[in-house]
Design a protein around this ligand. Structure first.
Ligand code: NAP
Length: 250
């Protein structure tokens, strides 16, 4: 009989950073539950893996009450536990200041980014507590660490995720559960591609110039996420780690 593989739940795994994270964990030999709303995007992620037998998919809304809990329960029972969570699903539906931010987009941004992260963590924590071990990585943003123009809803939602993660680290440290927040700089994915392409040339160059190392890739972020779930990071908890090519150094 083959040895049990470590298990990870990755939300927002149908594209961008979540997809690259699934690829990184698959290459590292994990068993994965991949979550997103669109089945076809999750299937695309699985089709791109070297070993597709290590992935289970579930199409659901992370912020919907009970949805994550049910999916995680089924997966944990089948696999015998959950070692890690990457709470990566997130949206940035409106880039606007406080006057122009609509109620609809304010509510939806907080619902998905903050409530969705909370419900994802709440779903895995009992299994980690039972095992007295676990690693949680949430996705913040540099927009949650420093001020950014036209991020009146997104920035605060990500700052709240950073603070939420610190609370997890304190509340569950005694259970040997680690919680860290990865805060990417600009990485071109579905969340920002159209917006970035529509920027005037000089504004685009200015944005790129704020990253001393240039823009990053989903794989750059995924490598850090994987590290934060591996034994080599066993004494790291409660940090918000900028993965931003130097953006927040200024
Ligand atoms: P992305 O390609 O748009 O990925 C976001 C993923 O989240 C999508 O696959 C989406 O799939 C899923 N998702 C959105 N709402 C969901 C919901 N309610 N329930 C379940 N899944 C949901 O963008 P990304 O850049 O990879 O973003 C990943 C994370 O990194 C986000 O939290 C984002 O805020 C953060 N981040 C990104 C950047 C950047 O520059 N790219 C910078 C800082 C932080 P479905 O639509 O199929 O559900």
């Amino acid at each position: 009989m083959s040895a049990r593989r470590s298990t990870v739940v990755i939300t927002g795994a149908g594209s961008g950073i979540g997809r690259a994270t699934a690829e990184a964990f698959a290459a590292d030999g994990w068993d994965m539950l991949l979550i997103g709303r669109r089945t076809e995007k999750l299937q695309e992620t699985v089709a791109g893996l070297n070993n597709s037998d290590c992935a289970t998919i579930a199409a659901l809304d992370v912020a919907e009450p009970g949805a994550m809990k049910n999916a995680v329960q089924a997966f944990a029972q089948k696999k015998g536990g959950i070692e890690a969570l990457v709470a990566n699903a997130g949206i940035n539906p409106q880039r606007a200041n406080a006057i122009d931010t609509t109620d609809e987009f304010w509510d939806e941004t907080l619902r998905v980014n903050l409530t969705g992260t909370h419900r994802s963590c709440q779903a895995v924590l009992p299994y980690m507590q039972k095992a007295q071990a676990g690693a949680i990585v949430t996705l913040g943003s540099i927009a949650g660490q420093v001020g950014m123009i036209d991020r009146a809803a997104y920035g605060p939602s990500k700052a709240a995720v950073i603070e939420y993660t610190r609370n997890l680290a304190l509340d569950f440290g005694a259970d040997h559960i680690r919680a860290n927040c990865v805060c990417p700089g600009f990485v071109i994915t579905d969340i920002n591609r159209d917006w970035l392409e529509a920027l005037p040339k000089d504004a685009h160059a200015q944005l790129v110039g704020k990253h001393p190392l240039g823009l990053g890739t989903p794989e750059d972020v995924a490598a850090t996420i994987l590290f934060l779930c591996q034994p080599g990071s066993r004494w790291i908890s409660g940090v918000d780690l900028s993965v931003d090519g130097g953006y927040t150094a200024q």
